[in-house]
Write a protein that binds this ligand. Structure first.
Ligand code: WTA
Length: 646
């Protein structure tokens, strides 16, 4: 592959405001000093951070062990417990401070202090221990967005039993696959959960899944909806019964775990084949969860922090649970759908809880933008001070809307780039230090070493695009793929003979050192010899006022090699000719779509990522061989096939 063309040139820039910088943990000077310290001696930098940030049972003397690269080990002779970082270390000082302010879909609110959370975690760890769970045992959690899912995660961590959270929207089959792959013997679930006013029958899916999981001997069931569910004799027990058992012994002494012991396994669907169980360790992960949360969101003691991600995704692990709790933050957690009962639910939650830091995804931002400015206008959003986004490239138009309409023009936006595999944010602006450019996910955080390289692994020239790689390991990186060491080596280190961690994304870096994600490298378009990332064409389309969302893919073309097919969701009126002309004006004629399909919705994963592989099949008139059961709405695909091509 030669470099990718850089088409989009964003001129808007927002330097950090003086008042934000003045109170920030990291201002420009501090950022420069941290970067200099890390570059001078990366290991010494990480060793110092590990000493400062974590509460150790045994301080490590080792920093990085690369003897068995790419199976890197960090702080490997240290010992600690992840739940202690989130709970015990804050007590008694924060005992009465709210840890979780939970808002149910019906508007009910429950508040758990750090004291409450600690007590519940110790008790539930006692329940699990009572069912035979010991260090190293995997526990699958299939729960709705209720505080108990956090309790269960931390209880597992307390026992040193790696948890594997399965998103509650996944089918019985997906659940069974994950249970089998982890070899879990215990599943924690609920009678059901609420989503968009409907009950999601979780227990029913568990019963179905367990038909093919004979090793599961125990199911703990949380009562959430109160619906009648069958309880299998000898296997199923109610959470509240077990917890109120007078013989219960709470686990006040957390297990002392090795730094490298796995904390959790989380499956990513990946674009092909069987889902990968991404494994994270304890110390390196916790170090970066705590530090990156504080730096990136500039978390202060008076903040009310809301990350809208589901705990079924890595964002819900690092930035709803481990990161903010390790900082002693007050975390808002919301049970339901973002537009339920109407499109101002997010803004209602912000106003009601006086949220100061809001972290969400471009897919939600675009959907809320499409719903119109009247919805946020009904609410007082003046408590907000920092906004964040993650999960996909955010196109500059959506960024500007978020900045202007939600942030009132005063809140910095941190566009954070990372992956399930990276454990935490690696590329991001810092609110008090970085000049923001809409559409860019900013510079590397201190200690991280990204590069943009060509097919031979050489740095690309100027601001050409290429493969995004990392030239050094970092503490919160994945420790492997569960049960498949070769897949880890090949997927993440195979492309450049183990020299770099390969993210799978394409990117370019501008003269200021900021990164612009161009898309996944499987999605790169090749039009008349020009290599173009999907992101820039999609951004150009969305910058037309009538376009709410867009996705582009390549389909074979006799002359051009590949032609661009666009799938567009409108929020106003536009014709195909309008959009083609608009793209030509914004980024050039080469990038003009050959064909445009106007659609009601795009196929997305449950976490909101556009599934371009499905669109590719639609554009090429091919059979869809991919599993569509993990789609947010499988009906979308049929509608797309039937849609007229403009
Ligand atoms: C994409 C989510 C552009 C990217 C934390 C990455 C982004 C994949 C951004 C990981 C961003 C995530 N800008 N693209 N700010 N954040 N991505 O594992 O393609 O669900 O490789 O982790 O999402 O998705 P995952």
């Amino acid at each position: 592959m030669t470099g990718l063309d850089a088409l989009l040139h964003e001129e808007r820039a927002f330097p950090p405001a003086a008042d934000v910088a003045a109170r920030a943990h990291v201002d420009a000077a501090r950022l420069e000093a941290l970067v200099a310290e890390a570059e001078a001696d990366p290991e010494a930098f990480w060793a110092a951070r590990a000493r400062e940030e974590l509460v150790w049972d045994r301080e490590p003397t080792e920093v990085l062990d690369d003897a068995d690269a790419p199976f890197y080990r960090w702080f490997s002779d240290g010992a600690l417990n992840a739940s202690v970082q989130c709970l015990d270390r804050h007590l008694p000082e924060r005992a009465d401070q709210v840890a979780i302010a939970w808002e149910a879909e019906d508007g009910a609110v429950r508040r758990l202090t750090y004291g409450d959370l600690h007590e519940q975690v110790c008790r539930f760890a006692g329940v699990l221990r009572g069912r035979g769970v010991a260090r190293g045992d995997r526990v699958v959690l299939y729960l709705p967005m209720v505080p108990e899912v956090v309790v269960a995660m931390l209880a597992c961590a307390r026992l040193g039993a790696p948890h594997s959270v399965v998103f509650a929207g996944f089918s019985a089959q997906s659940l069974a696959d994950r249970i089998q792959d982890t070899g879990a013997r215990l599943v924690v679930t609920a009678d059901g959960g609420y989503r968009n006013g409907k009950v999601v029958p979780l227990k029913q899916s568990v019963d179905e899944a367990l038909a093919s999981c004979p090793d599961v001997a125990d199911v703990v069931v949380l009562r959430r909806t109160g619906e009648d569910v069958p309880m299998a004799e000898g296997r199923d027990a109610w959470w509240h019964d077990l917890e109120s058992d007078p013989g219960l012994a709470p686990v006040t002494d957390a297990e002392s775990m090795g730094a490298e012991d796995p904390l959790f396994v989380l499956y990513t669907s990946g674009s092909t084949g069987k889902p990968k169980g991404i494994v994270h360790g304890t110390a390196g992960y916790m170090l970066w969860a705590r530090l990156s949360t504080r730096w990136v969101f500039d978390l202060q003691d008076d903040d009310v922090y809301w990350c809208t991600a589901d705990v079924g995704w890595v964002t819900g692990h690092t930035y709803l649970t481990y990161g903010p709790l390790a900082n002693g933050a007050t975390v808002v957690m919301y049970e339901g759908g973002p537009t339920y009962p109407q499109p101002d639910r997010f803004w209602d939650v912000v106003e009601k809880h006086k949220v100061t830091v809001l972290y969400t995804a471009p897919t939600a931002i675009r959907a809320l933008m499409r719903a119109g400015d009247d919805w946020p206008a009904r609410h007082d959003l003046s408590s907000l001070r920092i906004l964040g986004t993650v999960g996909e490239p955010i196109n500059p138009e959506a960024w500007m809307w978020y900045h202007r309409v939600i942030g009132g023009g005063r809140c910095p936006i941190v566009d954070t780039w990372w992956q399930t595999e990276t454990g935490g944010i690696l590329l991001s602006p810092l609110p008090g230090a970085t000049t923001l450019r809409p559409g860019s996910c900013g510079p590397a955080l201190p200690g991280l070493a990204p590069a943009v390289v060509d097919e031979q692994g050489r740095p690309v020239q100027g601001d050409e695009g290429g493969y995004l790689v990392f030239t050094r390991p970092w503490p919160s990186m994945l420790r492997g793929v569960w049960g498949d060491t070769e897949r880890y080596r090949q997927t993440y280190w195979g492309l450049f003979d183990g020299r770099f961690y390969v993210a799978g994304d394409t990117a370019r870096r501008d003269a200021a050192g900021d990164h612009w994600i161009l898309g996944r490298f499987d999605d790169v378009l090749n039009v008349s010899g020009h290599r173009i990332g999907t992101m820039e064409v999609e951004s150009a389309l969305v910058s037309h006022p009538a376009v709410a969302e867009a996705a582009v893919v390549g389909a074979p073309h006799e002359v051009k090699g590949e032609a661009i097919h666009a799938f567009v969701v409108l929020r106003g009126e536009a014709t195909e000719a309008d959009l083609r002309a608009h793209v030509a004006k914004e980024i050039g004629k080469t990038a003009r779509p050959e064909a445009i399909v106007f659609a009601e919705a795009l196929p997305k994963t449950r976490s909101g990522k556009i599934m371009r592989r499905i669109l590719r099949a639609v554009a090429r008139g091919e059979e869809i061989t991919q599993d569509t059961s993990t789609l947010e709405d499988p009906a979308v695909v049929e509608a797309l096939r039937a849609a007229p091509v403009a």
